[in-house]
Design a protein around this ligand. Structure first.
Ligand SMILES: [Zn+2]
Ligand SMILES: [Zn+2]
Length: 290
């Protein structure tokens, strides 16, 4: 399978030349299975690039599954303008855990609605399917074509969800944990997440929230984010092969990202900072350096 990084920014999107190389769009990831499965995780403004890629790859594609880690704005703000929602030939399946007693259906209908957005979701022509994910799915994977999907609740204000995608046909596996605060996680939450990353084996790739550096976390304690060093320690403990750090803060322009990227690589040769627009093969091919 392949992972396309549509957006790796947290907070708000930025259109500024000083942010062009790492990208200014907020979280959206596309997973492409070998058998043609197309799975989106989160619908930040990076969803625009995800759609461009879907369209360019397969003009006959008319259905997509979208998983939401949680519903903070930087993870949903691309949804109202997602072109397939306006097209009667498309079916869009939206799936998430329940947050604050609200299902993904409740949230999508209230958010994609006046006065926030001119056209209500109910009047958009696509077929819509809504699915509630159980509180956790550590043991029993959901199936989507040839992909297996598991999820795990993680510590974040209001809650968030990490997803593990496995492709038995290729042996590829990855975990995406965009918003997680390790420093405020309980021992139980930590054990749950590490078991998730490491069972049955450590994944080929972990995409992990490293909004903070190890020296600048304290002012952000309680904001819901981790440090890149915590990401490295988790990856190493769980036998994960490669690590990509995501959810870059809006204070991190390309120059600052380059400095952080060098620090991360020095700390562990299998880790680096994620860049918007990248395509990563999983498991990695011998030629691909991540
Ligand atoms: Zn976020
Ligand atoms: Zn969040």
């Amino acid at each position: 399978m392949k992972l396309f990084l549509g957006g790796v920014r947290g907070g708000s999107p930025i259109a500024d030349p000083a942010y062009a190389r790492y990208g200014g769009d907020t979280s959206s990831f596309l997973i492409e299975g070998e058998a043609g499965e197309r799975l989106i995780i989160d619908a930040g403004t990076g969803l625009r690039l995800v759609y461009d890629r879907l369209k360019a790859q397969d003009s006959a594609l008319r259905s997509v599954l979208m998983l939401f880690s949680h519903f903070h704005l930087d993870h949903v703000s691309g949804l109202p303008a997602f072109p397939p929602l306006y097209d009667e030939e498309w079916t869009v399946e939206l799936a998430a855990r329940v947050f604050d007693d609200l299902s993904v259906e409740d949230i999508a209908y209230s958010f994609v609605h006046p006065p926030i957005w001119p056209l209500p979701l109910s009047e958009m022509k696509a077929g819509k399917i809504f699915r509630i994910l159980d509180a956790e799915s550590m043991e029993q994977a959901g199936e989507f074509g040839g992909l297996r999907i598991r999820w795990c609740p993680v510590h974040h204000p209001g809650g968030s969800t990490a997803f593990r995608i496995e492709e038995p046909a290729t042996g590829g596996s990855l975990v995406i944990a965009t918003d997680i605060e390790w420093g405020e996680s309980s021992d139980e939450e930590k054990a749950l997440f590490e078991r998730f990353c490491g069972t049955p084996t450590g994944t080929d790739l972990l995409v992990f929230d490293g909004k903070c550096g190890p020296d600048d976390y304290e002012p952000y304690r309680g904001w819901g984010h981790s440090t890149w060093l915590e990401g490295i320690e988790i990856a190493q403990r769980c036998d994960v092969k490669k690590l990509l750090i995501t959810h870059h803060g809006t204070d991190m322009n390309d120059e600052a990202c380059d400095v952080r990227d060098a620090q991360i690589r020095e700390a562990w040769g299998e880790a680096r900072l994620a860049k918007q627009g990248e395509v990563i093969e999983i498991p990695s091919s011998p030629e691909q350096q991540i």
